[in-house]
Ligand binder design. Structure first.
Ligand code: B12
Length: 442
């Protein structure tokens, strides 16, 4: 391995010609991150070494692999902190970008997770798999699944939300994580308990990672798990129950509208006298929500579920009482469903001249109607607050023009005011409450 010359040699013009990076950008990187760190001539002009040039090329290589500049610098600093030279640790120039594997990674689980996330950012499947192989060689499979894959996916999901990762990076990572869990599930030992457990997502829920991981954790404890995957419909579920004859059905929902479809399944299971248990992100985001579901709430930690399941199957405790859903919400729901197309036609009239792209407008209407019907089904319009806060922050993170959400909600308020009568009051009142809020925010 050769040493790179650190003698200050090249002026800014040469560096720009060599790297294609604009002078302003180079200066900004230096000011914000201290990278590159050229020396100065007596006249205060920057003078770069060959090493500085390599640093810049390294940073731009990471950018073209999908990292933002701030994440690329963080990666540089972390490698340095681990005592590595980033220029060597991240593959030589002549290596194929898709197969290059970081030569040394830390062995702490946090380091492995971070390296896995970074490999996913670079769409580097070989590196990601190599990191997992290292992780499985050091830690028990449960630890790798929970600490590397689950937390890694959450990290990438949050980065996507903050505009720091693309949907493609998130899809790539979740596909790799799902593939790994399926492989582990296929290789898990045969059950030692006779009782069967169904694990599934309710209708419209595509987040299958958590239930798949749950299926795996339960298999490791000897349970006979039948994993049904994402978006399981209510239709013909009876037949499935007859065939599988489970002792327990576990359901997982991450979003408001899937908490509402989970409610429908839970009601159905109760009619069949089939014990149900459930959990998922949305129940931590809205603390009282689980009280609406007739079933056993499993809490907020996947790793606790096997223990809870054992208690449920062996002791069959009574299902906690549910909070009743007021009649007025059911009536409002029916009324809203009858008038939804008129409300949306009114919205279209308002928005066809506006600068909102058609697809976004249709998407917004779909989400709005879905969230309103879900909140009414679950018995509290205030559940919509979580969704509203989410979208507000999301639009902010993606630098949407200020006021878009306010304009949309105001128009929706106007439309429901026209088309809903007194029975739609919970919807009208909720919009009345949030629209002035929006005005102060935007
Ligand atoms: C991967 C992913 C996807 C993949 C799913 C692929 C798959 N096969 O699973 C795809 C691309 C399909 C997807 C789509 C969408 N997604 Co998504 N997705 C994610 C991501 C990145 C990871 C989800 C995951 O599996 N996490 C692993 C879980 C286990 O980790 P966790 O959530 O931290 O879980 C902890 C607890 O919540 C709890 N827990 C979680 N589930 C369960 C279940 C049970 C039974 C129990 C007991 C506990 C439990 O255990 C963990 C702690 O021990 C998350 C980000 C994130 N932070 O999680 C977003 C996320 C869940 N998605 C989100 C959104 C908005 C969407 C979309 C609406 C995006 C869009 N505009 O299309 C769609 C909806 C699709 C649908 N109809 O269901 C939001 C949900 C926000 C919300 N509820 O308010 C999140 C949180 C992203 C974000 N930061 O905003 N997504």
């Amino acid at each position: 391995m050769t040493t790179i010359n650190t003698t200050p040699t090249f002026n800014l013009k040469v560096v720009v010609a060599e790297t294609g990076i604009k002078p302003d950008t180079l200066r900004a990187w230096e000011r914000r991150y201290g990278l590159p760190d050229p020396q100065r001539t007596e006249g205060k002009h920057r003078l770069y070494s060959q090493y500085d040039l390599e640093v810049i090329k390294w940073l731009t290589d990471r950018q073209s692999e999908g990292l933002s500049i701030s994440r690329a610098v963080k990666l540089w600093r972390r490698l340095e902190k681990d005592g590595q030279n980033p220029l060597w640790a991240y593959g030589e120039e002549d290596e194929d970008e898709n197969t290059a594997v970081p030569t040394v990674i830390g062995t702490r689980v946090e380091e492995l997770r971070q390296s896995w996330v970074e490999a996913c950012h670079r769409f580097n499947e070989t590196a990601a798999e190599h990191i997992l192989a290292q992780a499985f060689a050091i830690y028990p499979p449960e630890t790798v699944c929970l600490q590397v894959l689950m937390k890694g996916l959450s990290t990438i999901g949050n980065q996507w939300y903050e505009g720091e990762a693309t949907v493609q990076q998130e899809h790539f990572a979740s596909a790799l994580a799902m593939r790994r869990l399926h492989t582990l599930l296929a290789a898990s030992p045969p059950p030692t308990h006779r009782e069967r457990i169904i694990v599934a997502c309710p209708p419209q829920e595509d987040h299958a990672f958590a239930p798949l991981l749950l299926a795996l954790l339960l298999r490791y404890r000897g349970w006979d798990v039948v994993y049904l995957g994402a978006d399981v419909p209510l239709e013909r579920l009876e037949l499935t129950l007859e065939t599988i004859k489970p002792h327990l059905v576990l359901l997982s929902a991450q979003q408001l509208h899937t908490a509402s479809s989970l409610l429908a399944i839970a009601h159905f299971l109760r009619e069949q006298e089939m014990p149900a248990a459930f959990g998922g992100l949305i129940f931590s985001l809205i603390p009282g929500l689980h009280k609406r579901i007739p079933g056993h709430y499993l809490g907020n930690r996947l790793e606790d579920v096997p223990h809870i399941v054992e208690t449920l199957i062996h002791f069959d405790p009574p299902v906690p009482d549910t909070e009743p859903i007021a009649e007025l919400y059911q009536v409002a729901l029916n009324h809203f469903r009858q008038r939804q197309s008129q409300i949306e036609a009114h919205m279209w009239q308002k928005f066809q001249q506006a600068d909102m792209p058609y697809e976004h407008f249709v998407n917004a209407n779909m989400h709005m109607a879905r969230n309103i019907t879900s909140a009414l089904t679950l018995g509290d319009m205030n559940y919509l607050g979580v969704e509203l806060a989410w979208i507000k922050q999301f639009l902010d993170n993606y630098h949407w023009p200020q006021g878009t959400l306010h304009r949309y909600l105001s128009a929706y308020h106007e439309a429901v005011d026209i088309y809903l009568n007194g029975t739609g009051r919970p919807i009208v009142e909720w919009l009345m409450k949030v629209v002035p809020d929006q005005a102060t925010v935007n």
